[in-house]
Design a protein around this ligand. Structure first.
Ligand code: PNS
Length: 162
């Protein structure tokens, strides 16, 4: 891999989970700089505002000096070009993720040929984890401590209860 590659980790992060954080941490070990991008997904209705999602992620990455987070409302391919990123990092949980991720990777490549999408396999313990599960469990008063970073656990509970 070339020196000083900038990678982006895009997602809805509604909210960020331990699965996301694992992918972000592993990306931070592989790349010079990693930008976590809270992006819009037109097929999802998010519970947390972009600002809230950025804030939650910020609290989880304080130990990762080469990682930053920001919100972007446009096309990811344009964002990558703007910041000079040449890698998009995504986590793959199961085959069920693959078709959708493959379609996005090909579309992003078409829109910005300079950017490569790389998939990291999710850690086995996070295979079943999703933001929507976290929200459902929290909304019913269940324990989410195995699913989200401890530093934001209470923030998520407080926000979901509102
Ligand atoms: O966590 P998600 O919801 O699977 O992430 C999907 C996301 C946000 C990465 C994707 O919807 C995206 O890239 N949105 C930005 C707008 C865009 O570029 N759309 C075309 C993607 S091919």
């Amino acid at each position: 891999m070339k020196d000083k590659v900038i990678a982006i980790c895009p997602g809805s992060f509604d909210p960020v989970t331990l699965g996301h954080l694992d992918i972000i941490t592993r990306a931070s070990n592989m790349f010079h700089k990693v930008i976590v991008v809270v992006a819009g997904n037109s097929s999802k209705h998010c519970s947390f505002s972009p600002e809230e999602r950025v804030e939650l992620i910020s609290k989880c990455i304080t130990n990762l000096p080469n990682v930053t987070v920001e919100h972007y409302g446009g096309l990811l391919a344009d964002y990558a070009a703007d910041v000079g990123a040449t890698a998009i990092i995504k986590g793959l949980r199961a085959m069920s993720d693959f078709e959708y991720e493959f379609q996005m990777a090909l579309t992003n490549k078409k829109l910005n040929p300079k950017v490569e999408t790389l998939f990291l396999t999710t850690a086995a313990e996070n295979m079943y984890l999703s933001s929507s599960m976290v929200k459902q469990i929290a909304s019913m008063g269940g324990d989410i401590s195995d699913f989200v970073p401890e530093v934001i656990r209470q923030d998520i509970i407080n926000r979901i209860k509102k």
